[in-house]
Write a protein of this length. Structure first.
Length: 136
């Protein structure tokens, strides 16, 4: 799995390429963490999340939106993500965990929101490629 921060006018974009959809989602989440704080270390407290959505695109959006909400609710930067993703009929479900770094212990910038703008989820012979833009 790899991720790259990409320049985007007045925003920041993250691209993730991985062999599985789970690794690609984790790559985007780790990119979001690095966009918040490039020098973040290891989290201290483990948190769990579960999300269901009507499409894979909605699941990605909802997952990233939840991580931003979790940051605000728990006052932590989510890092070290793990996820499993399943589809049953028309419903996609993500169950995962992350560790939180207390925000008061790191220097970070605020990411306001995830957007659907330019969002891409592509499957190819090498696996998955995801691209997401965040409002800063």
């Amino acid at each position: 799995m790899e991720f790259h921060l990409r320049d985007h006018t007045a925003d920041i974009a993250v691209e993730s390429c991985a062999s599985t959809i789970e690794e690609a989602f984790v790559g985007i989440a780790e990119g979001l963490s690095k966009a918040h704080s490039p020098n973040s270390t290891h989290g201290t407290k483990k948190f769990g999340i579960e999300i269901s959505s009507e499409s894979l695109e909605a699941l990605l959006f909802d997952f990233l939106d939840m991580l931003i909400s979790e940051r605000d609710i728990h006052n932590v930067l989510p890092i070290d993500h793990e996820v499993s993703i399943n589809q049953e009929k028309d419903i996609w479900t993500l169950v995962g965990t992350y560790y939180g770094i207390p925000l008061e212990t790191i220097e970070s910038r605020e990411i306001k929101a995830v957007t659907y703008s330019d969002m891409k989820i592509e499957k190819n012979q090498n696996g998955w490629k995801l691209y997401v833009v965040f409002d800063v």
